[in-house]
Structures are given as structure tokens and as C-alpha cells.
Design a protein around this ligand. Sequence first.
Ligand SMILES: NC(=O)c1ccc[n+]([C@@H]2O[C@H](COP(=O)([O-])OP(=O)(O)OC[C@H]3O[C@@H](n4cnc5c(N)ncnc54)[C@H](OP(=O)(O)O)[C@@H]3O)[C@@H](O)[C@H]2O)c1
Length: 300
Amino acid sequence: MKKKIYIAGCGGMLGEAFYTQFKDEYEIKCTDKDVNVDWLSFLDFRDFEAYKKEVLEFQPDYLFHLGAYTDLEWCEQNADETYLTNTLCVENAVYIANELDIPLLYISTAGIFDGQKELYDDWDTPNPLGVYARSKYMGERFVVENAKRYLVCRAGWMMGSGPSKDKKFIQKIMKQLRDGKKELFIVNDKDGTPTYTQDFAKTVKELIQHEYWGLYNCVCGGQTGRLEVAQDLIKVLGKENEIKITPVDSGYFKDIYFAERPASERLLTRKLNIRGVNQMKDWRVALKEYIENYYQGYLN
Ligand SMILES: NC(=O)c1ccc[n+]([C@@H]2O[C@H](COP(=O)([O-])OP(=O)(O)OC[C@H]3O[C@@H](n4cnc5c(N)ncnc54)[C@H](OP(=O)(O)O)[C@@H]3O)[C@@H](O)[C@H]2O)c1
């Protein structure tokens, strides 16, 4: 008998990887408020009664709560909506998982740190700067303090799911290239660690199978910054001679990206490494794999 997983908020970048990695070995039910593919069904998890009813009826062995508002600028301008979705709904997920006596997975972010340090391990103390980061950190704390059994996995700069769902850095650059841009303006004052969604989902699977509950930094190997990621992407695409990258500081984008971001949100996967369950490849290897697997023909 396959074990069962209820996955809430599974319609986004990360959800696509969880569907791919878990669908064969587990019986999964994937829901979202945006039903954008045929393996999803509708659930708006802000409706606590509906969320509880759905999960109790499915009787899963695990509850994965993936969904959140992830646009930092939108969150900054819609604080109450953000705390409702990203924090209070996570509290509800804890109550549901505890009632069923099953483990809960919650996804946190590297963005909960303030960037005063260059590198953060699993035991460093967060100090979120903006609404999105604070909403995610408050969700994280509630899970850690109240869930009977849990995994809190912190992701960095997510890359995954390709043009249809990727809303982040890689897709933003790919879109500019497809639109014919020959010069890219990239910030040179933001450091972090990419997270390939497929490897992230594989790592979660390892943690579950070993029952290694707890809180984990879960990012690609290696440390980098926005500028270096962009340069490497252009190299992977073989477009070094066609595309000019102009480094700028984040002030250049202050009107578009006005939410405060830490100067460094680099994570170290110390706990995954010690446990021997780290499935996260080096970010350069993962970036190449991502582009090869998801962007064939996109720029033609
Ligand atoms: N993307 C990153 O770089 C990053 C980094 C670190 C951590 N994370 C965390 O990783 C998790 C997954 O993020 P992602 O990148 O996959 O984001 P995403 O692509 O925006 O996907 C999130 C999904 O959750 C859905 N959702 C939001 N509110 C919901 C609700 N009330 N009920 C049901 N579904 C709801 C969204 O639907 P709508 O599109 O309709 O809102 C969307 O389909 C989130 O918890 C996020 O905070 C992301």
C-alpha cells in the first residue's frame, strides 16, 4: 500500500517538482486555488473548514503545505492578506496535521535572514526585513513550536518548472532574452544560493523516508550572487558574445523591487550534510540541468 500525501498550494513552481518526484511512489492529492493543470483540484486553504474537511476525508500519512504569496512587492503592499495566507493558514495546517497525528511539511525561505552575516547555517537566528520574510518566519516558528512532527525546509532562490510557472530570476532573464534584449542589467550587491526545485523535492523525500524530522536549510551546493548566476546562465546558453551584462547596484531597480532584501541570504546545508541525505547538486550543475530540461526551443 502506497503512503498518502495531501499537498496544498501545489500549483506553483515548487508544486510541479513535488508532483514529479512523489507521484509514482506515493498516492498524492494535489490542490491549489489556481487549478492550472489536470492533476490539481481546487482548494483555497484560507477556508479552514474546507481545508480540514478535504484533508480528513483523504486521510493522508503526511500533509505538505506548499502554497504562499511569493511576490515580495505584492506582500509589502498587502500585509494583512500576506499574514493571513503565509502565516495564519500555516497555523491551521499545524492544527490539521496534529489532529490526524501526521507530520507536516512547511517551506520556509533563506530570505528570513537580515544579511548581516555572509553565510547562515540551520542554527543561525533569523531577523526578517520585509513583510514576506516576516510572514514566512512567523509560519516557521509556529510549526517548530507547535507541530507534533514536522519538516521545515528553507529554500533559497528558486529555479524550476520552466516558462509556464517559473516567476523568479531565471525566467525573468529568459523572458528578456526571448524579447530580444541584448543588454541585461543585473544587481551586483545581492548574494544568495539557488535552489533547484527537483533536487529540493528529492531531498524532502529522503528526509521523510528516514523520518529525520526537524528544520533544514535546503539549497544547492556552492555560494554565489545574482550577477554570477546571470553570467553563468548566459554561458550555459552559449551567448557570451551576443549578450552584454551590465552590473548595477540594487538602487537601479528601487522602483520595481522596492521590498527590502538582505545583502546576503546564502545558506549552508549543514544539517543535511551531517545527516548524509543532501540531494542538492552544485548550483552550476543544477542550473545547466534546469535550462536543458525546461527551456529547449524557448529562445528560438
Ligand atoms: N520562489 C522562491 O524563490 C521561494 C524561495 C523560498 C521559499 N519559497 C516558498 O516555497 C513555497 C512554494 O513557492 P513557489 O515558488 O512554488 O510559489 P508559487 O509558484 O507562487 O506557488 C505557490 C502556489 O500557492 C498558491 N496559493 C497561494 N495562496 C493559496 C491559497 N490560499 N490556497 C491555495 N493555494 C494558494 C498559489 O496560487 P496563486 O498563484 O493563485 O496565488 C500558487 O499556485 C512557498 O511557501 C514559498 O514561500 C519560495
